[in-house]
Design a binder for this molecule. Structure first.
Ligand SMILES: Cc1cc2nc3c(=O)[nH]c(=O)nc-3n(C[C@H](O)[C@H](O)[C@H](O)COP(=O)(O)OP(=O)(O)OC[C@H]3O[C@@H](n4cnc5c(N)ncnc54)[C@H](O)[C@@H]3O)c2cc1C
Length: 445
């Protein structure tokens, strides 16, 4: 076969797709800007272990992970709680990010992937409108296919010429800014719930979680605009009022990061190019989880590549990957983006009402990155939401907002169903323009 594939970025998606393609006989080189020892962050991640199997990656050793507890959600007034009820066999696992990467790197090496660490790619190389390689510093590296797994700020995606049709930027209000640290526990206070999530925390545009472990409290603070140390201290002071066990000493983490929280990228492929994982905005828009999706998508991409017997790797042959991703997950996440945007535009008292009057239920907050049949779950969930809202909602403004969410979700679902199943340039361009316009309008409210 001898076809060369460059994968840029050794995140979950990049490592998994590189391994799968190398195993199938392609000549795969993975370019990663960091050193091998510096991959990842100093914290644990939660993800659906079945996604490893879906990506053709073996399970890690049992000693490396534990099972995640159900999350308990608090509305702004903290007047009631809602706890997830994830079935035993669908529970996600919790694993050190560095261990996940070490596991994926070892697997990729066994599959024959060639690694070049400390090699940041800076731009795509183009032959007309076809991506034919990447620029890494002064070096020009050519390939039959470039897989962009560089994450949300990918320098490859953002430098593609307009003619390729791929959206370069993430867009306003689509980034979650995150601070995460593990604090030593103090005193003998034990919270009633081991994994607390505060929605619109203290009435701010903020989500915070406290996951209590034996030795530390894992605190995550999420906002939708950049923030700094002052806001962290403010959130911590508020959290400590109900969680006095959160000590002052940071034992791990203490870093700021970013996560894309938006609808999937409208066009993930171009001639010689495919975007994967965060660079194609594949995270769950409500919670920012992206590991399972990047892993599952890696397999769809690798299958699409191997199905292209002539190794043309054009937008036309790679389009099947996008269609497969939207069918499995993307359409559901596009619909979920409407819900996320609506929740963020609600007043704290309205969110309190949704919790207190049972309009939001356990089932709805149990939708995770592991949920199968995402599209039908979203549909059912919204129908239930509307039915319950109609019964108890005396506030006309809130009811109108809920009905509008339902109608936007229905429109997003219909729009995704209209995505062309096979590539025809004009049809794809038209669909992409409609999809982008729909979400741009939504952002404006
Ligand atoms: C604080 C935080 C907590 C999270 N927790 C979870 C969680 O618990 N569960 C979950 O499912 N998801 C979680 N996520 C999201 C998850 O990290 C991502 O969705 C997932 O890692 C996406 O994988 P990816 O393959 O797109 O690569 P990314 O993780 O985005 O990695 C991209 C890789 O590309 C490399 N790179 C970037 N630029 C270049 C360049 N120019 N040249 C070469 N290499 C480059 C980077 O160094 C990196 O190794 C979290 C994210 C953050 C920030």
């Amino acid at each position: 076969m001898g076809k060369t594939i460059l994968v840029a970025g050794a995140g979950h998606g990049g490592l998994a797709v590189a391994a799968d393609l190398a195993r199938k006989g392609y000549d795969v080189t993975l370019l990663e800007k960091k050193a091998e020892e510096a991959l990842g962050y100093d914290w644990t991640d939660i993800f659906a272990p079945q996604s490893l199997i879906a990506a053709g990656v073996p399970y890690p050793s049992r000693s490396l992970y534990s099972y995640k507890e159900n999350m308990t959600f608090f509305p702004p007034a903290q007047s009631v709680t809602l706890t997830q009820n994830v079935p035993q066999d669908e529970r996600e696992i919790k694993m050190e990010r560095r261990d996940i990467y070490a596991h994926l790197v070892a697997h990729a090496k066994r599959c024959g992937v060639k690694f070049r660490f400390e090699t940041p790619v800076t731009a795509p190389l183009l032959l007309g409108s076809r991506v034919c390689g990447v620029l890494a510093g002064e070096e020009k590296l050519y390939a039959d296919l470039v897989i962009d797994a560089c994450g949300m700020d990918s320098p490859l995606r953002s430098a593609l010429p307009q003619v390729c049709g791929v959206e370069p930027e993430i867009g306003a209000n689509n980034t979650a800014f995150v601070y995460r640290a593990f604090f030593a526990r103090t005193g003998d206070f034990t919270p009633a719930h081991s994994y607390e999530v505060y929605v619109l925390h203290q009435g701010r545009q903020e989500i915070a979680w406290v996951a209590t472990e034996d030795d530390y409290a894992d605190v995550l603070i999420v906002r939708f605009a950049p923030f700094g140390e002052d806001e962290v201290q403010q959130a911590l002071a508020d959290l400590r009022r109900t969680n006095p066990h959160i000590g002052e000493e940071i034992v791990r983490g203490g870093q700021f990061a970013k996560i894309p929280v938006r609808q999937p990228l409208s066009q993930m492929v171009a001639d010689g190019y495919a975007a994967l994982g965060d660079s194609a905005f594949m995270t769950v828009p409500l919670i920012g989880s992206g590991i399972a999706n990047a892993l599952k998508a890696s397999h769809i991409l690798s299958r699409t590549v191997t199905d292209d017997k002539d190794c043309a790797f054009t937008a036309e042959t790679l389009w099947k990957y996008q269609v497969g991703y939207f069918k499995l997950l993307g359409a559901g996440y596009a619909a979920m983006t409407c819900l996320k945007n609506a929740l963020l535009s609600m007043e704290p008292a309205e969110v309190d009402f949704l919790f207190e009057r049972g309009i939001l239920t356990e089932d709805q907050i149990t939708i995770t990155a592991n949920t199968t049949n995402l599209q039908s779950m979203m549909k059912m969930s919204v129908k239930d939401l509307v039915d319950r809202a109609k019964k108890v909602c005396t506030d006309k403004i809130l009811l109108t907002k809920i009905l509008r969410i339902a109608s936007q979700i229905a429109s997003a679902t219909a729009l995704c169903a209209m995505m062309p199943h096979t590539w025809a340039t004009q049809n794809v361009r038209k669909w992409v323009a409609n999809y982008n316009a729909f979400f741009a309008k939504q952002q404006k409210g």
